[in-house]
Write a protein that binds this ligand. Sequence first.
Ligand SMILES: O=C(O)CCC(=O)C(=O)O
Length: 342
Amino acid sequence: MTVKYLLSDQERETGTLPSETLRAIAEAVRTTGYAVVGNVVSEETINLLTGSVLEDVERVRATGKKTRHEENTGEGHLQLGLRRYGPYVRADLVANPVIEAVVAAILGEGAWLGFYNGNVNCPGSTYQPLHFDRPYSWKTPEDAQRDGQSWPPPTTTLSCSVALEEITEANGATEIYPRSHLETDVVNWAKNWVEPYPELIKKLSPSARMPIPQGGVCFRDPRMWHRGVPNPASKPRAMIAATYHAGRCKHWRGLYIQDLDPQTLEQCQADPRLRLMDDLTLGDGRLVFQSDVRDVFETAPSRYGINRNVRFIDEPERVNHFHDSHELGGARVVRGEISPEG
Ligand SMILES: O=C(O)CCC(=O)C(=O)O
């Protein structure tokens, strides 16, 4: 069984969760693969972000081109960058104590924000291939045991899907396969697509859907199989994806590298800005935001030791959120216009 918990207004305002609720959420994510918590983000933030996302979808659609994510996954499914300047970056999203409490309960000390973006399902969308987002961090029971982990091993990444509107089957709630994150056969697969394995799909069936109340968050083990489905509604379904990685994951994409040399590990530990780059050198792995939102991240430090993992740039450099969501920094730094064209 998974958890569906509704925060009281007082819990949302004070950013606290009863410890037994926190434990139940962590347990649901561990066993079922997800848990939904309602009333996490304020109405003001939801309205502001919904407006900006819908405007940006129109700008992206006005280019008349399919996005790269659509080419790779399914038409109408946008990995839409979120504005990274004021007033659109909101503390009750990027520094929310309830979200950070759940992240810390599941990923442990020193977890860090690795991805901040939109998942938009447009009317007329198609099915995506059934997939999972993250690999297993340990590939064998022996590997896991060396690090004191159980088998199947725990997740080292947590996806937080925030609903900017009520998400139901009527507007294309994500299809999910509960418990599929525990299917260890995937460790040997070359790709994260599940379709070539019909027997396993049958074993993990039936699938379910991932409804989320407006302002609520679905905490999801990204190893759980899922796919975007057609959105039968007349307007785009707006959801936000904030993804956190465990402190032990030192690669900027959140990957865990088991046998990292002690010197590199020490350097990363001494300087939390540092991550392993794709060529395994060390570099600045932080997400990039405009400096006018510095206070949003820095006014109240995380109560749960979460590394918000951001750096700031000043004009004339600007963060163009329309591009490079999957690249280092999570957005493109430009001089000039912020636009989906370049
Ligand atoms: O937006 C959704 O419903 C799922 C999207 C997804 O899984 C993806 O874009 O990879």
